[in-house]
Design a binder for this molecule. Structure first.
Ligand code: XMP
Length: 519
């Protein structure tokens, strides 16, 4: 079967709970090598069964010599499979194999100059002195028997060590972090040269195999997909449509809280005049949502109402379609890992859509075609599938939509105001060439009204807030420095063109203490 061949070449990342662990997997995939994350609790037999071409042990917050610290068996290093230990993983490798790890006299944190031996396969083509990201309080004071030191820093005698015969490599710093200038090269050296991976993980072959696999699974069954217009559900829908054509029905619920023209844009791509031959159902449920939201001001309550109503509308449509064999979900790999199903990272969020089966649709099985992909890979797959760039690079948009970008109660009139203001803001940001560099940006309708003057008339209108943030992971964020001239243009356009607005604010708050959304 295709899947076997496709996934044959695999690296596994064993997760000891460090903060950069998903990043390790992403960097490996950037070397065109498929890679999965497993908890350090995973059985050795399971690891053997996976037949990895290489194993990477990640960092972690513990001290390996402490009682109860996460560990691994000695046999892991005796499988004949190359192992690379990073930070905690490096220390653990030494500890388990007979070296010494102890509290370092000097804690290293941040960018650090590291002197490497270029004769090491890990450091081939790496500069002899290179900047790396360090973050450790323990250090390897004595390497395990058989190891030679291949890198050091001013404060750290063993920044890297290796036993080339046994194909065991340990590095104290974090090659996966971009601050490590030549980190990608080092990981590339490990997976491609040491482990001998050919680098066949590419999105074009992913797409081809995913389509074949879906066809095999679905046969002539009926498939239902909830489409939001977001990247993940769009890519999942197109994959399914390429695989099974009109056996697929996509339901797109327009809750009246989308950005300006967004409903039509989704319909243009997926509707009857678009390039795909799927059954597309657009439900214009705006009024239902506005009625339910009337007079509700508390943000959490608004979210709850929107979520529940959304399910209700979807359920009604699903009933009209009747029983289906399969339901598609746009789950992606970080959802899987963060749900505690992949690695060791504490359960950060419980994703209702991972593993859990919604009970309001009559179906037999869930299809999650993007379950193994990171976001950037989903985007690449989207481009492979010919989905318009505009959709593929769409910025994140919350499920409850503008409902949570309108402070206070939601009305059709307020939705119109925030849609128009937001459209102008987005247009000007794009015109200034900033649309690809800012993480997320949008307009918010504050509930504040104040006195202004326009022409000769006194006004008493709303204030719109503009938000723009830069962020790596959406867990923290900083307000973006949008040039003042751009903000001024946006300000005057919104006030001139959007009825009901007479004042504009720019939100400077970072996250924390703020959130990215402004509700
Ligand atoms: P906050 O406001 O929590 O947002 O800093 C972090 C990121 O999550 C997005 N967000 C949501 N996405 N449903 C979603 O699908 C939601 O209810 C939701 N709330 C916030 C937000 O746009 C930002 O990218």
């Amino acid at each position: 079967m295709g899947r076997q061949v496709f996934f044959q070449e695999k690296i596994i990342v064993i997760d000891f709970g460090g903060q950069y662990n998903q990043l390790v997997a992403r960097r490996v995939r950037e070397c065109n090598v498929y890679c999965e994350i497993y908890s350090y609790r995973t059985d050795l037999d399971k690891i053997k069964e996976l037949k990895p071409k290489g194993i990477i042990l990640t960092g972690g917050p513990n001290s390996c010599y402490e009682k109860g610290a996460p560990t691994c068996t000695k046999e892991l290093f005796e499988l004949g499979i190359p192992v690379l230990g990073l930070c905690y993983g490096a220390q653990l490798m030494m500890h388990v194999l007979g070296g010494t790890v102890e509290r370092a006299p000097v804690r290293e944190y941040g960018k650090t100059e590291v002197f490497v031996e270029q004769t090491s396969p890990l450091f081939a083509d790496v500069s002899p002195s290179t900047v790396c990201w360090m973050s450790h309080f323990d250090y390897i004071s004595k390497t395990a028997p058989g190891f030679t030191v291949t890198a050091h820093t001013a404060d750290c005698p063993v920044a890297a060590a290796e036993d080339r015969k046994r194909q065991l490599y340990a590095i104290q710093f974090h090659p996966e972090v971009l601050h490590t200038q030549e980190g990608t090269k080092m990981l590339h050296n490990f997976v491609r040269s040491v482990c001998g991976c050919a680098g066949t993980w590419r999105m074009d072959s992913f797409v081809e195999h995913a389509i074949a696999e879906i066809r095999e699974k679905v046969g002539d069954g009926k498939v239902l997909c909830g489409l939001s217009g977001g990247v993940d559900s769009s890519v999942a829908a197109v994959l399914l449509s390429k695989a099974v054509g009109d056996q697929l029905t996509c339901v797109f619920v327009d809750h009246g809280l989308l950005r300006k023209n967004e409903g039509d844009e989704v319909e243009e791509v997926f509707g009857p005049n678009g390039p795909y031959e799927l059954n597309f159902v657009r439900v214009n449920a705006q009024d239902r949502f506005y009625v339910k939201l009337a007079g509700v001001t508390e943000p959490e309550e608004k979210r709850k109402i929107i979520g529940e109503e959304f399910i209700r509308v979807f359920e009604e449509e699903a009933k009209k379609i009747g029983a289906v064999e399969f339901l598609v979900q746009g789950t992606i790999y970080p959802d899987v890992v963060e749900s505690g199903l992949g690695g060791e990272s504490a359960v950060i969020k419980s994703h209702h859509n991972v593993g859990g089966l919604p009970d309001y649709v009559d179906f037999k099985e869930i299809i999650e075609p993007l379950r193994n992909l990171f976001k950037d890979e989903v985007r690449k797959a989207g481009l492979e599938l010919g989905i318009p760039e505009k959709l593929v690079y769409r910025q994140p948009f919350p499920g409850p939509g503008l409902g949570i970008r309108i402070i206070g109660d939601v009305t059709a009139e307020k939705v119109r105001i925030v849609q128009d203001a937001d459209a102008i803001y987005r247009e000007e940001i794009a015109k200034a060439g900033l649309d690809k560099s800012i993480g997320q940006y949008f307009a918010v309708l504050t509930n504040m009204r104040s006195v202004g003057v326009m022409g000769d008339e006194r006004t008493y209108d709303y204030a719109v807030a503009l938000r723009a943030v830069n962020t790596v992971d959406f867990m923290t964020a900083e307000s973006a420095e949008v040039p003042f001239a751009v903000l001024q243009t946006v300000m005057s356009r919104i006030i001139n063109e959007v009825r009901g607005v007479n004042r504009i604010f720019y939100d400077l708050t970072s996250k924390p203490p703020g959130t990215i959304e402004f509700e």
